[in-house]
Ligand binder design. Structure first.
Ligand code: G6P
Length: 360
């Protein structure tokens, strides 16, 4: 069952493995008999009427929001901002005339988000919560809810809830594009089906991920993750996973920013993980990988195409370039898991962290 570990030693690994099933479940829940997207008409009109979307979230859900912004702007042409809930709460930006607020929250209980929702309601602005817990506070108090159907997530480090959030948001983005008469670049349901298969293929490569975690992270003090464009959002999440559960100081950086400071930290043997899935910046990020290797870094490259660079490679199954985060995150989750395991950390219950943070 969802709340038992079964044959697994940790909920985190079980939940990583569940991701293909979660994606297939989401496809089913959001599809009608004709294979079209099924969505409450009220949610459709709320999006249609908005002149700008404000995504509010914390932690891993914020990282899903960063990816959602790209989909909303590039596919549905809706201006979208993403804000860290606790920042928005005390430093409200200039708002558009007809904003729609979208709260992304696994638990639906995060106090920082709740604070923003209370203010949003005072202003009389409409709100949509995307959550894994439909009866939760954020769900009850917002005007609309979209369920992520990931099943209970027990491990403190979020995995399946993150990919489920991105899947639901990609459906929402493609539905909004269609409602605006925009020619879709891809069919969300079809692509999600391919993504589920790709996730499965990656979950079958645990030995490889374990080897990388052992070789790169066993006794390191720090670890850097680099990416550009969509991959930049994914490396932020990859770094968060690693730091949360292995206590390795891990940071995600935009490839182009390396030279503006971070590269000073690269020493002989510093692990650098690069995610390379975006054709228009692949050349640039590969250049960044060369730069860190030249300074002694141990580079691990996670890419959609096989490469000739030194270091370890993980080749991702091909999926649409706008949805690669759902796939490229799997190796990062698994590497974080095995790094924590080999460093004898409490994988499911890392120190100082709580699954749901209901105080500010
Ligand atoms: C806590 C958890 C994180 C999570 C964040 C937001 O800090 O430890 O894993 O990403 O809250 O949680 P939410 O339930 O709002 O997605």
């Amino acid at each position: 069952s969802d709340t038992e570990k079964g044959t697994y030693n940790h909920f985190m690994l079980k939940e990583i493995d569940e991701q293909p099933f979660v994606i297939r479940n989401i496809i089913q829940k959001y599809q009608n008999e004709n294979g079209d997207i099924k969505l409450e008409p009220e949610i459709r009109s709320a999006i249609r009427e908005a002149d700008r979307l404000y995504i509010i979230a914390a932690g891993t859900s914020y990282h899903a929001g960063l990816v959602a912004k790209e989909l909303m702007e590039k596919e549905a042409k809706i201006p979208t901002e993403v804000h860290i809930a606790s920042e928005f709460l005390y430093n409200e930006p200039l708002l558009s005339k007809k904003p729609l607020f979208i709260f992304i929250s696994q638990s639906g209980e995060t106090a920082d988000c709740r604070g923003v929702l209370v203010n949003v309601k005072k202003h009389g602005f409409p709100s949509l919560t995307i959550t894994n817990v439909p009866g939760s506070t954020l769900s009850r108090e917002a005007d609309f809810t979209l369920h992520t159907y990931a099943g209970p997530e027990i491990a403190v480090a979020s995995t399946k809830a993150y990919t489920a959030q991105m899947a639901v948001l990609s459906i929402l983005a493609m539905d909004s594009a269609r409602a605006k008469g925009i020619d879709a670049r891809f069919n969300a349901m079809q692509e999600l089906g391919l993504i589920a298969n790709a996730m499965e293929a990656l979950c079958d490569q645990k030995d490889k991920m374990e080897q990388i975690a052992r070789d790169y992270m066993y006794d390191t003090r720090n670890c850097f993750f680099i990416g550009r464009a969509l991959d930049y959002h994914v490396v932020l999440e990859g770094a968060l996973k690693l730091k949360e559960i292995s206590y390795i100081q891990a940071e995600g950086f935009a490839g182009g920013e390396l030279k503006h400071g971070t590269i000073a930290l690269i020493e002989e043997g510093t692990p650098v993980v690069a995610v390379v899935t975006q054709p228009h910046v692949n050349g640039n990020i590969r250049g960044n990988v060369q730069e860190v290797i030249a300074r002694g870094a141990n580079a691990c490259i996670i890419s959609t195409e096989a490469t000739e660079e030194k270091g370890d490679h993980i080749v991702l199954p091909e999926v649409h370039e706008c949805l690669t985060p759902l796939v490229s995150i799997i190796p990062l989750q698994l590497i974080a898991y095995y790094a924590a395991l080999h460093r004898d950390c409490d994988v499911d219950k890392p120190r100082n962290l709580a699954k749901s943070v209901t105080v500010e």
